[in-house]
Design a protein around this ligand. Sequence first.
Ligand SMILES: [Cu+2]
Length: 101
Amino acid sequence: MKFIRLLVLTASIVTMLASTTTAFADGDLPLVTGEIKKVKPGKITIKHEEIPNLDMPGMTMVFRIDDDALVAEMKKGDKVNFTVEERDGKMYIVAIESSKE
Ligand SMILES: [Cu+2]
């Protein structure tokens, strides 16, 4: 019986891990690290590291973001991991999360 319980536990941990990474699985965009400098409705200024999929070196710049709920969670000084894609020449954050422990 102990073995079965362990199996169930393992299965639920795997499910948990899978669900936390879902947000970053879209389109296999590379994860970028950065620090938030400013938060405004629909826009976040981030000092970011290199962004391989946009061929962009590290810099501080404004990104657009559609998800107001995500914007509400972010604040100046937060260290973040995020993914970006270009739409009509503008940089949009696809997914973002605080990287603080
Ligand atoms: Cu940039």
